[in-house]
Design a protein around this ligand. Structure first.
Ligand SMILES: CC(=O)SCCNC(=O)CCNC(=O)[C@H](O)C(C)(C)COP(=O)(O)OP(=O)(O)OC[C@H]1O[C@@H](n2cnc3c(N)ncnc32)[C@H](O)[C@@H]1OP(=O)(O)O
Ligand SMILES: CC(C)C(=O)C(=O)O
Length: 515
């Protein structure tokens, strides 16, 4: 048993991770991940189960040949054939490891293996002795260890050490363990296994109850010195202990965990992305450490705190895991501080009054649109700031249109602080809107151009309308943005009219304003 506080990180993304339904990887893909895992700094890479298929054999062999410093392990049943296959596949690694296993729980021994306890001990000893005749680096796992009799575990582990195993792995194969109980089991094994000081105790947890990381950390506290993990926690059924959770727990809470790892945490995020891309298993947004929302803040009170000091709501720095920065997601829970900071990042400098105006429109937009993009904000700023000295304002718009209805628009506008209302028909809904506005404002402008575009992707995107109006030799652009394209059109038209009014009053600024 190693006495120091360094935890050996044994990554089984390429073996147990590959057991996630649909995650099978080809040789080149495994090699790509293995190379990344080596750069990440894992100590051991379990590259596959060579007896499973010719492809897996080749992949393990390729990884073993390619890696420069990392130990490469291959899993095998407790049979001579599987062990020989495993050895043939890993033997060219700088430090090859044979990992052999057999189940030790009563249910597995009776129903699956159909073997007695003594037969299982004999098979384990035979397998470990054979593996140890090939390499000094032998790991033995007691499959379904957490549901096995503790004294039987100590007996088989003691026998495996005597046969040459240097790492003993206690798997919670079916994710059944509870942290306190698992930690007691680890302590019991360490105390009662003969010659335990000659081997490293490892744990390998599954996430069936969502406790894989908690059990692994409890085991580390109890003295386990190897953690078997996968990137993004992928693996059989509900998956394995996730590497990023264990490593970042140790890293973030050094006052609680004196244990350390050799992981370069700044490579965690890119590795997570790579594994997700290759396996096709998406990372859920709220996943700890590597989820898209792990460093994103939406609530105004949180955003304000983060702007003042990120540590108010962040226990880790995003750069520590290789993310450029956190993100303040603008949404309906955001406040003025976050909105203003975002607007400043976009290059605008608003007065308090302007910010107030944009903030109101922003909240209104958030109630109607799920995700707010930079373009949405830009449109709101343009809208809010350019409309600050407006003669004409839209108060209400109702349009009826359809296949059997003649398009008709009802518009209420504020003109010089007086509300006027009107209804007009048109050739189409936009024509009806523009005709009504024109009538209410007593303007005679000519519509030179009308264009509409979606500011962002998705059916809930804001539409941006641009109009070019001309009156008495003056030309003005008008812009309007709204998720409703008829409202966006009305806003653009009124914006253009306001600019024309401005030009009429400030003829010297004609050129500048009409650009
Ligand atoms: C908890 C884990 O994650 S364990 C690792 C799981 N990984 C894999 O299973 C790797 C992929 N597996 C495979 O490709 C195949 O199962 C193979 C090639 C390994 C074996 O295939 P087959 O020979 O067709 O056997 P099959 O998988 O149907 O059954 C497993 C056999 O191995 C036996 N067995 C299971 N575990 C062990 C073990 N650790 N040591 C020895 N024998 C074992 C079973 O009792 C069963 O034996 P039986 O045929 O006498 O009943
Ligand atoms: C073979 C062992 C290590 C395993 O994968 C498990 O028990 O889950």
């Amino acid at each position: 048993m190693t006495k120091d506080n360094r935890i050996i990180i044994f990554d089984t993304t390429l073996r147990d991770g590959e057991q996630s339904p649909g995650a099978s990887m080809n040789e080149a893909e495994k090699l790509r991940i293995a190379t990344q895992l080596e750069a990440l700094g894992v100590d051991v890479i379990e590259a596959g189960f060579p007896a499973a298929s010719e492809g897996d054999f080749k992949a393990v062999e390729m990884v073993a040949k390619a890696l420069k410093k990392t130990q490469v392990a291959a899993l095998c049943r407790a049979t001579e054939h599987d062990i020989n296959m495993a050895w043939d596949a890993v033997r060219q690694a700088v430090n090859p490891r044979i990992h052999t296993f057999i189940a030790t729980s009563d249910i597995h021994m009776e129903y699956k293996l159909k073997m007695s306890r003594d037969e299982v001990v004999a098979a384990a000893v035979k397998a470990v002795s054979h593996a140890a005749s090939l390499t000094p680096n032998v790991e033995f796992s007691a499959e379904d260890g957490s549901r096995s009799n503790p004294d039987f575990l100590c007996k088989i582990f003691g026998a495996a050490i005597e046969a040459g195993a240097t790492t003993l792995n206690l798997p919670d194969t079916v994710g059944y363990a509870i942290p306190g109980e698992f930690s007691d089991l680890v302590k019991y094994i360490m105390k009662n296994t003969p010659n335990m000081d000659k081997a490293v105790l490892s744990v390998h947890c599954h996430n069936d109850l969502g406790l894989a990381t908690a059990n692994t950390l409890a085991a580390i506290r109890a003295g386990a010195r190897q953690a078997e993990v996968t990137i993004n926690g992928i693996g059989e059924r509900a998956g394995n202990t996730s590497m990023e959770e264990v490593v970042m727990s140790l890293n973030t809470r050094p006052n609680f965990f004196p244990e350390t790892t050799s992981i370069d945490t700044t490579r965690i995020y890119p590795t997570s992305r790579l594994v997700s891309m290759i396996t096709g298993i998406l990372v859920q947004p709220n996943r700890a450490i590597v989820g898209a929302n792990a460093f994103a803040h939406e609530a105004g009170i949180h955003q304000d705190g983060v702007l003042k000091n990120p540590m108010t709501y962040e226990i880790m720095k995003p750069e520590t895991i290789g993310l450029n920065k956190n993100s303040l997601v603008l949404g309906k829970h955001s406040g003025r501080h976050a909105l203003n900071s975002h607007i400043e990042d976009m290059g605008y400098n608003l007065s308090d009054e302007e910010l107030e105006m944009v903030f109101k429109k922003f909240k209104h937009l958030c109630d109607r649109k799920k995700s707010i993009q930079d373009e949405d904000i830009e449109a709101l700023v343009n809208e809010g700031v350019l409309r600050s000295s407006q003669v004409f304002q839209l108060e209400y718009l109702h349009v009826s249109t359809g296949t059997t209805v003649y398009p008709c628009a009802t518009v209420h506008m504020k003109i010089h602080n007086r509300t006027v209302k009107g209804t007009t028909e048109g050739n189409g809904p936009i024509d009806a809107v523009f005709a009504t506005i024109s009538e209410l404002t007593h303007t005679q402008s000519e519509l030179l151009r009308f264009s509409i575009s979606a500011l962002t992707a998705g059916t809930d995107a804001q539409g941006e309308v641009t109009v070019r109006l001309s009156e008495d030799g003056m030309v003005a652009l008008g812009k309007g943005a709204d998720p409703d394209i008829l409202t966006a059109s009305a806003l653009a038209y009124i914006n253009g009219l306001n600019r024309l009014e401005y030009l009429k009053e400030n003829p010297t600024s004609v050129r500048k304003q009409s650009l």
